[in-house]
Ligand binder design. Sequence first.
Ligand SMILES: [Zn+2]
Ligand SMILES: [Zn+2]
Length: 351
Amino acid sequence: MKTHEVKAYGTEAANAPLHSLNINRRELQPHDVEMDILYCGICHSDLHQIKNDFGGAMYPLVPGHEIVGRVSKVGDHVTKFKVGDLAAVGCIVDSCGKCEYCEDDLEQFCDEGVTFSFNSPDKYLGGATYGGFSETYVCNEKYVLHVPETLDLASAAPLLCAGITVYSPLKHWQAGPGKKVGILGIGGLGHLAIKIAKAMGAHVVVFTTSPSKVKDAKRLGADEAVLSTDPDQMKKYVRKMHLILDTVSAKHDVNTYLHLLKPDGSVVLVGLPPEPLEVSAFSVVSGRHSFSGSNIGGIAETQEMLDFCAKHNITADIELINIQQVNEAFSRLQKGDVHYRFVIDMASLKK
Ligand SMILES: [Zn+2]
Ligand SMILES: [Zn+2]
C-alpha cells in the first residue's frame, strides 16, 4: 500500500525520551478521512504505554489518542465528512464491524478486539498504529467523530478519552436527578466526571485525599467535597451513595467506598491501578453491592458525549503545551502535577 511520510514525536524504547521522527501514513482508502491534527491530549495511558507498563509495546511508539483536527482530504466514498470539517479520533480506529457488539454500537467489546489509535497492530500497513503526536491522522470515517463548532478545540481534546471514559459509566449506571453520585479522585478523569455528572442532574459528592482539592471540587461544580482521610467526615456518607465512580489509578481500599453505598449501589472502577485490589465479602454481600468497571465507550456513544458536552459547555481544564515540552509533561503527569490535563498544540510540531 502506498504511504507518505509525516512528522511525529515518539520513542524507540521504554523510558527513553520522546523525540522528533518521521512516520508513514497510508494513502487514503475510499472510506478514509485524513485530518490535520490541531490538538492532542496527554492521557495517563500514553504514559503507561511509553513505559511499557502493560507489556507488548511496539517501537517506535507514537502516543496520543485524544485527537482533534480538521479534515484535509476525504476518500471517494466518504459521506460523513468534507474537507474543512472539524473532526476527532479517540481510542478506537477499527473493529470487526460484524459481531453482535459492533452491531450494537459497543465496538469497545468487539469479539475480534478493536484496533486502538496507537500501539495496536495496524491492519493496513503492518507494524503498529501511530497516534496523535503527529501532523496528520488517517482513519476510516466510521471511527471519526464530529466536533461541535462551539467547543473550545484545545480543551475539548481530552473528551475523546477521559470524557467518554467517565460519560459511559455515568450513563450506564443512570447518574441523574435524584441520584447521589460519588466521584473518587480528582484528576484528568475525575474533574470531567464532576462536570458531566452534574450536567446529568446528579447530586455530586467528591471524595479526595488532598485538602487543596476540596476547594477545587466545589469550583468544578461538586455539591459536596469530602476529605476521605477524615473518618468523621466519611462516617456521614455511609449508606448514602447510589453510585461511586472510582477514578483512582493507584492502590487504594475500595471497601471503604463500598460501605458508602446504598443497597444495590455500585462502585465502578475506571482508573487502572497496577496491582489487584482486595474486596472483602461483606463489602459486597451486605446491601447487594456491586464492584464493577468500565473502559471507554463505543463510537456512537462518544459522539453522543461530544454533543452532550457541547450542549452543556463542558470541556477539560487544561495546560496547553508545545510538543517540545512533552517529556517534561510526562514526568509531571507521573507525579500528578497537572491541573487537570496536558494538551499539545500540534502547530508546534512544525517548528
Ligand atoms: Zn486515554
Ligand atoms: Zn466486532
